[in-house]
Design a binder for this molecule. Structure first.
Ligand code: GTP
Ligand code: MG
Length: 286
């Protein structure tokens, strides 16, 4: 499968990110809890250098709980501060201030020595498309009902959003172009909806998702669509059965593969197939 990845766009995104980095104290890097490897762009760490950061797993409601725990342990073992969040239900954000403060303890010490009393934390989010950046910004700002405000004195008019606990959030998150190091990563990003379906072949993608889900647990599809199949059943035949079950049939009894494919992808993305992690720590690291 061919994916266009627009290197020009990616460069602009990274350049903007670098520019904004100068304005903030800490970066909150969002990744998708279903694909904690593929949704993390290793280039961020390079750019961050010594800038404090927190790794936020979003959409934990869609991922397998145990697998998420293992990923959290992995990232902590390489020195990351990890936060598990469900942004659209406002879960996991209660101790955000505390976590940011812990990561910024050196800055606060320096401020204290300089007799700076202001404890405002300036943060910025960054993450690949569809990972939940806007949702998180809305969730955080809704908690106080705070409005977006202008801070004068900077060359550009930068908008900051006031959120609880004296956290000011840069209103434009850094959008990162995802990495496409290999087909597997590209597919995982596409499965969770981080790559526009318009530039993909939906039938092909759905075919690959079925293959992937069956590798994780064949019961996922069997239970959801009330069908039976074996390990060596043709994927196209599984699509036929799902199409029949759901009435995705064109005239003359031909299965509407486009409809079936879109439905499977949609239901996976909405969590209707269950809480599914597409990546395990052990797939990548010992
Ligand atoms: N199930 C679930 N869905 C979420 C969560 N957070 C966000 N979403 C959904 O994910 C989709 C994308 O969220 P956005 O906030 O628009 O993502 P974004 O990172 O701003 O996306 P771009 O602006 O395209 O880069 C929306 O349909 C959200 O409702 C979550 O924690 N759980
Ligand atoms: Mg957005």
């Amino acid at each position: 499968m061919n994916i266009n990845w627009y290197p020009g766009h990616m460069k602009v995104a990274f350049d903007n990110f670098k520019k904004n980095l100068k304005l903030i104290d800490i970066v909150v890097e969002l990744i998708d809890a279903r694909i904690p490897f593929s949704s993390k762009n290793p280039k961020i760490d390079e750019i961050l250098e010594n800038k404090p950061s927190v790794l936020l797993f979003n959409k934990i409601d869609l991922a397998d709980e145990y697998t998420t725990k293992k990923w959290k342990e992995y990232y902590e073992s390489i020195g990351k501060k990890v936060l598990l969040v469900n942004a659209n239900q406002n879960k996991g954000l209660n101790n955000l201030r505390q976590i940011l403060e812990d990561e910024l303890s050196e800055k606060f010490k320096r401020d204290e020595q300089k007799l700076i009393k202001d404890k405002t934390i300036k943060m910025m989010m960054v993450g690949i498309p569809n990972v939940g950046k806007s949702t998180l910004i809305n969730t955080l700002s809704k908690r106080t009902g705070a409005k977006v405000g202008n801070l004068p004195g900077v060359t550009r008019n930068i908008q900051w959003i006031k959120t609880p606990g004296k956290i000011e959030l840069l209103d434009t998150p850094g959008v990162l172009w995802p990495k496409f190091e290999n087909k597997e990563i590209g597919l995982n990003l596409a499965f969770v909806g981080s790559i526009d379906d318009d530039i993909l072949d939906v039938e092909n993608l759905s075919y690959e998702l079925i293959k992937k889900l069956n590798k994780i647990d064949p019961n996922i599809l069997k239970n959801r669509y009330n069908i039976e199949f074996d390990l060596d059943t043709d994927i196209a035949y599984i699509m036929d059965m799902i199409g029949e079950r759901r009435g995705a049939i064109l005239k003359k009894g031909i299965i509407d593969y486009d409809k079936v494919s879109r439905m499977i992808l949609r239901e996976f993305r909405l969590g209707k197939l269950g809480r599914i992690s597409l990546e395990k720590v052990s797939d990548f690291f010992g």
